[in-house]
Design a protein around this ligand. Structure first.
Ligand code: ATP
Ligand code: MG
Length: 334
């Protein structure tokens, strides 16, 4: 049975970008005869500072978001990364396979480390090797992610290929990024050149899954745009990043194509389009946020789900880690 792996960092409240780029598609994959493994990647989150209480709360809240979005913890494996220690162990092995030159090309590190890279953690630099471990630990071949993670999945392929080459084996399969839908890269509402992120300091830049209807409407109303009406053809969005972003969001939420959205709203100004988008976003997100609130009432239930998921993940991961270390020449005698 083919296997999917994907993760989300509990580094803050989840955004509309996380939902459209990742979460919304996770539940759909359960119905496609694929084994689905979903992970709250808390070891990734600590590559930048996380206040311990906030990390715990964000991990539970992200788990609630998965379940509220339709991920069924019985049909899928849902767990937090740090409970399966094989992730960290395989990451170390991959630190010794990956090359510094490969890491130096990673745009996420450059974006997150900013101008003063000397002050970034070593973990932030090694992040892609841990991500390669997450995926390859399960021999997963499909990785549903947003556009921003494409480079890391490609690096995962490079690590798998170098391992296989160096140790003369075909042990690791090459995973493919699955980047699908109308909103694979949702942009910030304040700056059409930056992607929407849960870690952006500006709350106005993003829509959080837990925002109430008024907040969502206000953020969309205030979203930066040009003053022109929407074009009727998709070509007309080429040099209009902000307008294109809102059209893509609408399309993804409504399960339409951007062309269909322009068929409906072409020629209309933002005065008409933004309220329609806000209404749609509220209609789609409110049930998720209500269900998250309900689930958060019983954190022990969430912790039990994560523990059970970790046990099931560990069963798959341990033999693959063991075999990897054995291939590398480590003695395994207990
Ligand atoms: P952070 O700022 O802490 O990195 P993030 O919002 O980028 O948070 P991640 O946990 O890094 O979220 O990513 C989780 C998933 O969401 C990944 O599959 C990623 O590709 C996807 N994703 C993140 N941001 C967007 C976005 N703006 N549009 C589409 N997909 C996104
Ligand atoms: Mg990110």
């Amino acid at each position: 049975k083919p296997r999917i792996f994907s993760g989300i960092q509990p580094s803050g409240g989840l955004t509309l970008g996380n939902y459209l780029g990742a979460l919304k598609r996770f539940a759909q994959k359960q119905d496609e005869g694929i084994e689905t493994i979903y992970c709250l990647v808390d070891l990734h989150a600590i590559t930048v500072w996380q206040e311990p209480e906030a990390l715990r709360r964000n991990t539970r809240e992200a788990a609630a978001a998965f379940i509220a979005s339709g991920v069924d913890p019985k049909r899928s494996i849902l767990f937090n990364q740090s409970q399966v220690s094989a992730h960290a162990e395989l990451a170390w092995a991959f630190n010794c396979v990956a090359r510094l030159g490969w890491m130096n090309r990673m745009t996420q590190f450059k974006d997150k480390a900013g101008k003063n890279a000397e002050k970034a953690s070593l973990g932030l630099y090694a992040y892609p090797a841990l991500m390669a471990a997450d995926i390859l630990l399960y021999h997963a071949t499909m990785v549903p992610v947003g556009e921003d993670q494409k480079q890391h999945v490609e690096l995962t392929r490079d690590i798998a290929a170098k391992f296989n080459h160096d140790y003369e084996t075909d042990f690791f399969p090459a995973p493919e990024p699955l980047i699908e839908g109308a909103a694979t890269r949702v942009m910030s509402l304040r700056d059409g050149t930056k992607k929407m992120s849960k870690s952006d300091p500006s709350d106005a830049s993003r829509i959080n899954l837990t925002d109430d209807a008024d907040t969502i409407a206000k953020k969309i109303r205030k979203a930066v745009t040009d003053p022109e009406p929407l074009p009727s053809e998709i070509d007309g969005l080429k040099d209009r990043a902000e307008a294109r972003n809102l059209v893509n969001i609408y399309a993804a939420l409504a399960d339409m194509t951007p062309t269909q959205v322009l068929g409906e709203y072409g020629g209309e100004g933002f005065g008409k389009f933004k309220p329609a988008l806000a209404e749609l976003a509220v209609a789609k997100l409110a049930p998720i946020s209500d269900e998250m609130t309900r689930l958060m009432n019983d954190p022990s239930e969430i912790d039990n789900i994560l523990g059970d998921g970790a046990n099931r993940a560990d069963e798959i991961a341990q033999p693959i880690l063991g075999k990897t270390l054995e291939i590398m020449g480590m003695i395994r005698s207990r």
